[in-house]
Each structure stands twice: as structure tokens, then as C-alpha cells.
Write a protein that binds this ligand. Structure first.
Ligand code: SF4
Length: 493
């Protein structure tokens, strides 16, 4: 239910939200108190959004901006509003400029010095109804996540020209956002996959970069992203790490780190020619694929690498011998594959794929090249497999799976595919700001995981975000086996 004081406010909310769920309450304290009884607000169990226009009290707040109350002040104890973060998120996604902070309810229109006094009390905006609606509605109810106050700034010290138009347009948008918020509110279970988040290779690459920064100081150059995650890369960038796409962008004599995805011969040679100090953070399990590729090429084989074209890891392996290593991503690529006549052929794969997809493509390759040499073990790493297995087991219990990871993270994208393969809707998100609240409507169980390059802190942030929409029971799916480091996997080389 949406509650709006004036007819024009109710109309804007109906235009943007659900027409049947907007009630007009009238302006001011007396009207608010009467509305509690008239609308039987004390019996409402569905989410309640108090919305409409307000006056801005803090500098920098403009007409048309949205203000979400973190607490409502009035002639009594302030009322805390735990839904604020989730409501602000919905309004931001609707394209509004949003401020979060205390809103004070005044007993009349506040102008001039009176308005300045209200600002001095710490409020960022003023309205005339919220406090009395909430007190009448039952303070204990306002303390849960089903109640919010979201206002659009109409005026600051005065009503500037065009303010009505801006505020009205923003309130229409707010109507849609509040509707999405209300549909997403509710108790739910959060099932957290295990294992998730950083693998040994990512931990090693991050530790290597931290140590280089500590010992050598900024700037440190990294060829490609150290791992495929915007948060990790952004944090290093802030501390003076420079990520470059090509080795010739590293100034001569400087230090360069090779990322966890590895590099080819050309980059290694160029680094030497330019007198660069090289620190190699290539994951040992990626390095193992490089070693196998070199071994086969030296043995006279042509190598078919199953992997995602253009991915840093795939480019690195191909870079060991560009004329002898071909990439196939899907079955159609195999039909078009042209190899040297009479050549021996061996197959390898990217480390972050799904094993059964590698096996299916290997079978198709064998049909075309009956003498194909297939190593006894495929190259998909234990970290990718364990995370995939955890999602495969968890997804059938979930209405929705959210995978924390960046768009260019291959292993994270595979986790989305695993959930989809189990028949569960899934999305890849960098963090909670990517969540569309419409995804959560009607969802009782959310599965949560993080790709091997996504920090665990993002999982904690996501749990807090879901908790702001209602009570959340958080359970961790137990891992099938504990992950160790490379030595426990026998993968170090
Ligand atoms: S996902 Fe696998 S291959 Fe990639 S860094 Fe982690 S352990 Fe290494």
C-alpha cells in the first residue's frame, strides 16, 4: 500500500506504480492521525510506503531528488526505518538521485528560520505526516522491514521554477520503484554455496601483487587484470597498480606482474627485451596447461584448445605456439577446423569450463580426428569443479540463484550456467547494486555463491542486502570436500 497526502501526489504514484494500491491521506498531522483509523492501517499486513513531496533541508539536495528516511523524527523518540537501504536501492535503479538520512515531521509548513532550525536538528528533509502515520500505525510495526518513507524534494527554502514538474516526474518514477520494493519484501531463506569465492590461484595472485606493492611501492604494472573481478582490480588501481592490456605499455625498466591467467611466449620475450622486472602470478594450474601445450608442440602435435575465444587464459596458452594451437569453443568450430594434413592432434582445455562440455566437444573432435590424443585427465581445475558441484547441489532447492562475479569471469559465468542447467533462474552480479528487485518477487529461497575471483566480503554484503528486505534465515550448504591448496590437489608445477 502507498500512502500519499495530496491528490497530485497520489496521481503521480498511481501513474508510476499500481493504481489500485495508492490511498490519499490528506495533508498534515490531523489528517494523518485520522487516516490511521479510516484506512485501518493498524491491520495492514502488506508493505506500506509513505510517499509524496517534501522540503529539502540540506545543501546539495535539489528539487526532484528522492529522500529515503533512515529514521523519522517528531515530538517523541525517533522511529528507525530499517528498510531504507533497500528502498534507496530501488529508487536509484529507477534513475533517481537519492539521499538517505533522517526526515523530520513538522506540525505545519516550515519556512525561513523554522526550516533552518529543523536542519540544525540533523534532518535532511521535512514532511508533515510520516511521524503520526507511523506512531498510529504501531511503532513496533514501523521497526520491521515492511514500512518505508520515501519522499521527493519539491522545494528547498523556496519553490524554484520548474520544481513542480521535476518533482512530479520523479514521483511517477518512485511509484514504480516502490511497487518493485513492496513486491520483493518478505521473509526468505538464503542458501550459501560452499565452496565459493577465492580459490588458491586467485589468493596467490592477489598476495603476489600485495607483496610487490609493499616491497617496491607504486606504480606496479600488471599485464591484463590480475584476476577478473572489478572490485579486486578497482582496489589495486586505487593503490597505484596500473593494469595494461599490452606489454609495450609498461615503461622500460619497470616491474610487471603477469596475471593469474598466464601469458604467451611473445609477452615473455618482449618483457626481457624491454628490461622489465617480471613477477609471475600465473596460477600453477594454468601453468600446467601451458607446460602440456609446449610438450605436445615439441612432440610434433597440433593442439586443439577447448576454450572461450579471446579469454586471457586461452590467449596465453595459444601464445605458446600460435601456428600450432587452434581454439574451439563450440561444435560448429570443429566442423570448420583446418589442421595440417597428417599431423598428430592432441586436445587440451581452459581451466574454468564445465567438464561435461569439454567431454562433449572432445567426443565431437574424436569423430573428426580418430587418432586424437586425449590426456588422461582434463584440464578443468578443482576449484572450478568444486564450485560448480556446489551450485549443482544447491540450485534445485532455490527459486533464484545469484552468482557474485564480474562479466569477464569465465568460472563465474559457468556457475550461472550450472544453476540454469538445474532449472533455476540465475543472474551474474558484480555486487548488490546490480540486483533488480523484481527478481526477488515471490522468491522464498535464494541461492548465493561467488566465483573464484570474487571476494567473500561481497557475499556478506549481499546477505545484508537481502536481510533489509525482511527476515532472512541464512544457511550454508556443506562442502562435499574441503578445498586445500595446490599441493593437496597435486596440481603444483
Ligand atoms: S579458477 Fe582454477 S585455474 Fe583459475 S586461478 Fe583458480 S585454481 Fe587457478
Amino acid at each position: 500500500m502507498m500512502l500519499a497526502p495530496m491528490r497530485i501526489e497520489a496521481r503521480a504514484l498511481r501513474q508510476g506504480g499500481s493504481p489500485e494500491n495508492v490511498a490519499r491521506i490528506g495533508m498534515g498531522r490531523k489528517a494523518a492521525i485520522e487516516a490511521v483509523t479510516r484506512l485501518k492501517l493498524t491491520d495492514v499486513s502488506s508493505p506500506v510506503a509513505i510517499a509524496g513531496f517534501c522540503g529539502g533541508l540540506r545543501s546539495g539536495i535539489q528539487p526532484g531528488d528522492a529522500v529515503v528516511a533512515t529514521e523519522i523524527q517528531g515530538p517523541g523518540e525517533p522511529i528507525q526505518m530499517p528498510a531504507a537501504a533497500a528502498v534507496a536501492h530501488a529508487l536509484r535503479r529507477a534513475g533517481l538521485r537519492v539521499h538517505e538520512g533522517p526526515i523530520i515531521s513538522a506540525t505545519g509548513i516550515a519556512q525561513g528560520k523554522k526550516r533552518s532550525r529543523l536542519a540544525d536538528e540533523g534532518a535532511i528533509a521535512v514532511d508533515m505526516e510520516s511521524f503520526w502515520l507511523l506512531v498510529g500505525h504501531g511503532t513496533e510495526r514501523s521497526l520491521d522491514h515492511r514500512c518505508c518513507v520515501a519522499r521527493i524534494v519539491l522545494d528547498t527554502q523556496q519553490v524554484p521554477s520548474g520544481a513542480w514538474f521535476k518533482a512530479y516526474r520523479s514521483l511517477v518514477r518512485a511509484g514504480g520503484a516502490l511497487r518493485a520494493w513492496a513486491a520483493a519484501v518478505g521473509p526468505r531463506t538464503v542458501l550459501v554455496a560452499a565452496p565459493r569465492s577465492f580459490c588458491s590461484g586467485v589468493n596467490r595472485a592477489i598476495r603476489t601483487t600485495e607483496e610487490a606493492l609493499a616491497e617496491l611501492g607504486a606504480p606496479i604494472y600488471v599485464l591484463h587484470e590480475i584476476v577478473h573481478n572489478t572490485h579486486v582490480v578497482g582496489s589495486f588501481r586505487e593503490r597505484g597498480v596500473v593494469f595494461v592490456p599490452e606489454i609495450d605499455q609498461v615503461p622500460e625498466g619497470e616491474t610487471v606482474i603477469f596475471s593469474a591467467h598466464g601469458v604467451g611466449q611473445l609477452e615473455r620475450r618482449m618483457a626481457e627485451e624491454r628490461g622489465l622486472r617480471v613477477i609471475d602470478a600465473t596460477c600453477p594450474l594454468v601453468a600446467r596447461v601451458h607446460a602440456k601445450a609446449k610438450h605436445f608442440v615439441h612432440g610434433g602435435y597440433q593442439v586443439v584448445l577447448i576454450g572461450k575465444k579471446g579469454h586471457d587464459e586461452v590467449e596465453g596458452v595459444v601464445g605458446e605456439a600460435r601456428d600450432r594451437i587452434k581454439v574451439v569453443e563450440r561444435a560448429e568450430d570443429i566442423v570448420d577446423l583446418s589442421l595440417e594434413a597428417g599431423s598428430k592432434v592432441a586436445v587440451l582445455s581452459q581451466t574454468t569450463l564445465i567438464p561435461h562440455e569439454v567431454e562433449a566437444l572432445t567426443t565431437t573432435l574424436r569423430e573428426r580426428f580418430p587418432n586424437l590424443h586425449v590426456p588422461s585427465d582434463h584440464d578443468v581445475c578443482y576449484a572450478s569443479q568444486n564450485r560448480q558441484e556446489a551450485v549443482r547441489r544447491m540450485a534445485p532447492e532455490c527459486d533464484l540463484v545469484l552468482v557474485l562475479g564480474s562479466r569477464n569471469s569465465s568460472n563465474s559465468k559457468r556457475l550461472v550456467e550450472e544453476a540454469n542447467g538445474a532449472g533455476t533462474r540465475a543472474y551474474l552480479i558484480d555486487d548488490e547494486s546490480d540486483v533488480d528487485l523484481a527478481w526477488l518477487a515471490g522468491v522464498r529461497t535464494v541461492g548465493l555463491t561467488a566465483g573464484a575471483s570474487a571476494p567473500e566480503a561481497l557475499v556478506d554484503r549481499m546477505i545484508r542486502f537481502i536481510g533489509a528486505l525482511g527476515s532472512a534465515e541464512v544457511r550454508e550448504a556443506r562442502p562435499q570436500r574441503q578445498e586445500g591448496d595446490f599441493s593437496s590437489d597435486g596440481g603444483t608445477n
